[in-house]
Structures are given as structure tokens and as C-alpha cells.
Design a protein around this ligand. Structure first.
Ligand code: GUN
Length: 295
């Protein structure tokens, strides 16, 4: 039987650590970390995500600032909100929920978030820092994937890791993080020729293609570790939707460890967002201390 990696439990322990960090920061005279969450429109899935993020803040003692804007908000008005949050010293992290309505240029808006407040790690400055291994804010899902991997396989040096999926938000940043850890990384995607054979050579598979049950049991070498980032809603037999990952979970008995869907990568993403917000608050407090010392 493969070990089922418990993302919920790991997320709870990350949250505990974050709550302790918030308490210590505030007790030491530092700022209470603050996260602004911006949502444009009424997409039901986005509303659920935003509510979870706000609830997460409350749980660990982070101040939250909600900006719920109507679907017809103009790009200029949204950019003005971002500018206001960039300038607000009580806000250390800004998250603009995507997708944005089609009349808004998503890239332009995400680039307008100050890189030091970009707790999603989407800003080109943070992408550049990640790919050069020079710090910056690491995107939440990739950070969560690395923590899950660490919980079963702390030393990745020289291991063959196959990443399936090349998105800017997941596949590419995960590849960068794995390279930093001296893994041998092969980045693939659904158009990769001979993908099953490539996957079969891997010590670790990170499946992030958004293709339900793409990775079958015979794609996985005995003893491999499999992290499933995919989450797709599909119609279930009883008329109710069910959530399916990129991996055929039931076929992975011979793996060493595997993340379930739901309850694997998903819970880690919000825990990492909260942790990133505290990091941003600490960096902002550190910079202010430095500025005062330089005067
Ligand atoms: N929409 C779905 N996931 C995310 C995320 O991690 N960050 C943002 N900003 N929007 C999302």
C-alpha cells in the first residue's frame, strides 16, 4: 500500500507555525500582518476561494481586507484599488483573485501589484528571483508541493523528477524549486511524445496538467513518490460532481507515497499564502528598521 500523504494535517501544522509567528511578531512590537484579497465579479468558485482565504487569515491572526468589486469594474478603477493597497502600510500582501473578467488585462493588473506585496509570487520580479535562486516570494501551490515532498523525501539531490504541466503558476515554478534542490528535472506536458515511458523512469512525479486521471498506474515506477496537483470537477455516478486529480489514485498501490485529491495539495495552498503574508510583513518591518537605522 502506498502511503497517503495527508495535506490537511501538514497544512494544519503550517498554520500553527504561522499563528505562532504572527503572535511573536505582534508581541515584539512589529506590525500585525495584513492581507488584502481583491475579487472582481461573482464567479462562484472564486467566491468560495476568497472566503476560504479570509477565514484562513482569521484563524492565524492575520488582518484581512476584502475588496469585492462588481463585474463591470473598469481596468482603471481596479488599478486604482491596487495602487491604494500598494501604498497602505497595513497591507503586506495583495492577492487579486484570477480569472478576472475578460475586459480586464490580467497581466497588467498582476504586474501592478508591488513585488514585495505579491504574496502569490506571480509578479515578473518574483518569477525572475525564483529562476535565479535569489529569494523573492514563492508561489503558494509550488511551495506547498515542496513541503509535501519534504515530508516524505527530504533529500532530492540527484533524483529524477518528472513534472507534467508547464503552467506559469505551477509547472514552471515547481521545476525551478526542484532544480534549486539539485534534482534532475524533466518538464513535460500533455503533448510530450512518449510521456508514459518518461514518467516511468521518475523517482518523483509531479502531475499538474489539469487532465483528470492522466497518470495511470503503469506510468509509475514501483517506489516512486507522486504529487497530484490536478483538481477537476467531473460528474459522478450519483448525479453529484466529484473532484478528480491528474492521477488514477486507485492504481497506485505500488507507489511509495501519493497525495490524495481532495486533501493533498489543495489545503497546502492557503497555508502557504498565509505563511507568505507573514514573510512579507516581516520583510516590510525589517526594511523599516533598516531605514531608521540608516538615518
Ligand atoms: N485563482 C485560483 N487560484 C488562485 C491563486 O492561487 N491566486 C490567485 N490570485 N487567483 C487564483
Amino acid at each position: 500500500m502506498a502511503q497517503v500523504i495527508d495535506g490537511k494535517a501538514l497544512a494544519a501544522s503550517v498554520d500553527e507555525h504561522t499563528a505562532a509567528e504572527v503572535a511573536a511578531l505582534v508581541a515584539g512590537g512589529g506590525p500585525r500582518p495584513g492581507l488584502a484579497v481583491v475579487l472582481v465579479g461573482e464567479d462562484p468558485a472564486s467566491q468560495v476561494y476568497v472566503r476560504r482565504k479570509i477565514a484562513g487569515c482569521r484563524k492565524v491572526g492575520i488582518a484581512s481586507f476584502e475588496r469585492l468589486l462588481p463585474a463591470d469594474t473598469t481596468q482603471d478603477d481596479l488599478l486604482a484599488v491596487i495602487e491604494e493597497l500598494n501604498a497602505d502600510p497595513a497591507v503586506h500582501g495583495i492577492l487579486c483573485q484570477v480569472p478576472l473578467p475578460p475586459h480586464i488585462d490580467q497581466g497588467l493588473v498582476l504586474d501592478a501589484i508591488h513585488p514585495d506585496k505579491d504574496v502569490d509570487g506571480f509578479h515578473p520580479v518574483n518569477v525572475g528571483r525564483l529562476s535565479t535562486g535569489t529569494g523573492g516570494i514563492v508561489p503558494c501551490t509550488p511551495l506547498g508541493v515542496m513541503m509535501l515532498l519534504d515530508s516524505v523525501l527530504p533529500d532530492l539531490m540527484g533524483l529524477d523528477v518528472v513534472v507534467i504541466g508547464k503552467s506559469n503558476i505551477v509547472g514552471k515554478p515547481i521545476a525551478m524549486l526542484l532544480l534549486e534542490r539539485e534534482a534532475t528535472v524533466t518538464v513535460t506536458h500533455i503533448h510530450t511524445k512518449g510521456l508514459p515511458a518518461i514518467a516511468r523512469k521518475a523517482d518523483v512525479i509531479v502531475a499538474a496538467a489539469g487532465a483528470p486521471e492522466l497518470v495511470r498506474g503503469d506510468w509509475v515506477k514501483p517506489g516512486a513518490v507522486v504529487i497530484d496537483v490536478g483538481i477537476t470537477r467531473v460528474p459522478g455516478a450519483n448525479g453529484k460532481d466529484r473532484l478528480v486529480g491528474d492521477v488514477a489514485f486507485a492504481e497506485l498501490d505500488h507507489a511509495r507515497a501519493v497525495t490524495p485529491v481532495p486533501g493533498g495539495v489543495g489545503p497546502m495552498t492557503i497555508a502557504c499564502l498565509l505563511s507568505n503574508t507573514v514573510k512579507a510583513a516581516r520583510a516590510a518591518a525589517g526594511e523599516r528598521v533598516m531605514e531608521a537605522a540608516e538615518l
